[in-house]
Design a protein around this ligand. Structure first.
Ligand code: CAA
Length: 258
């Protein structure tokens, strides 16, 4: 693995932390940055010492979108032939939970990357938007789909058609954001949530993530069936025995992640 140039990667306890670090372009998501984020996320996903992942940016910007300068002069046959942005789908194949910790701008592809994560924790300074319409394009990393599922049709249309930004309060009220924290505490707060998750049984956490995601892809009856089968599978883990024994014995569980 080469040393990444557009991100920093560190481990805090059982939490893998990926920080977008391309300040001269407000963390605009160019090809190199994308490849580095995906490689880092995959490395954490296969590392048994990591239970959850946090992706964050800077105080000023989570990410201000796809790199406009990189896209500006490309042709239809170029973006179509190269299936531009499709590689980002690999983030959604990560099986461990990913928290997006968003301060400042999360615009266009930045908002879309945050929405590919499992939950968003926002600083009070966060601003979300899909401003692609102002550039003569539409969202291309899932924004029309994930934003609509997150906030409903009317607000998604408002944001996608006008290109306006919404602040953290509006984003939380609308269901896009799980929690708002003071900007100065953002990364610590997100890492603390990831630590809480990382202390649970990893295979069971992965099953829980998979089951919630099925809700967005299937019918209610199929989804409930998937959940029930997956719930039954948790009884094949040692951690189910440990979790239930600990409750009965009035002590804290010590999950072994198996
Ligand atoms: N791509 C490339 N460079 C970007 C960028 C982007 N998305 N966003 C910001 N930058 C660059 C600016 O060009 C500027 O570079 P220079 O100093 O070399 O001029 C630097 O970052 C700082 O930006 P600003 O001077 O504009 O900072 P500001 O504080 O005045 O404004 C902002 C901040 C409102 C976020 C503004 O930068 C902005 O509107 N950015 C573009 C947002 C946008 O349109 N995003 C959608 C991109 S398209 C997309 O994402 C498609 C998709 O669906 C995947």
């Amino acid at each position: 693995e080469q040393n990444p140039e557009n991100i920093t990667v560190e481990q805090r306890g059982r939490v893998g932390l990926i920080t977008l670090n391309r300040p001269k372009a407000l963390n605009a998501l160019n090809r190199d940055l994308m490849e580095e984020v995906i490689a880092a996320a995959r490395a954490f996903d296969t590392d048994p010492a990591v239970g959850a992942i946090v992706i964050t940016g800077s105080e000023k910007a989570f990410a201000a979108g796809a790199d406009i300068k990189e896209m500006q002069s490309r042709s239809f046959s170029d973006v179509y032939g190269g299936d531009l942005f499709s590689d980002w789908d690999r983030i959604t194949k990560i099986r461990k939970p990913i928290i997006a910790a968003v301060a400042g701008y999360a615009l266009g592809g930045g908002c879309e990357l945050a929405m590919m994560c499992d939950l968003i924790i926002a600083a009070d300074s966060a601003k979300f938007g899909q401003p692609e319409i102002n550039l003569g394009v539409i969202p291309g990393m899932g924004g029309t789909q994930r934003l609509t599922r997150a906030v409903g049709k009317s607000k998604a249309m408002d944001l996608v058609l006008t290109g306006r930004m919404m602040d953290a309060e509006e984003a939380e009220r609308s269901g896009l954001v799980a929690r708002i924290v003071p900007a100065a505490e953002l990364v610590d707060a997100a890492v603390a949530v990831a630590e809480t998750i990382g202390a649970k049984s990893l295979p069971v956490v992965m099953m829980a993530k998979e089951a919630v995601n099925v809700a967005l892809e299937t019918t209610l009856s199929e989804g409930v069936r998937f959940e029930r089968r997956t719930f039954f599978s948790t009884f094949a883990t040692e951690d189910q025995k440990e979790g239930m024994s600990a409750f009965v014995e009035k002590r804290d569980p010590e999950f072994k992640h198996r």
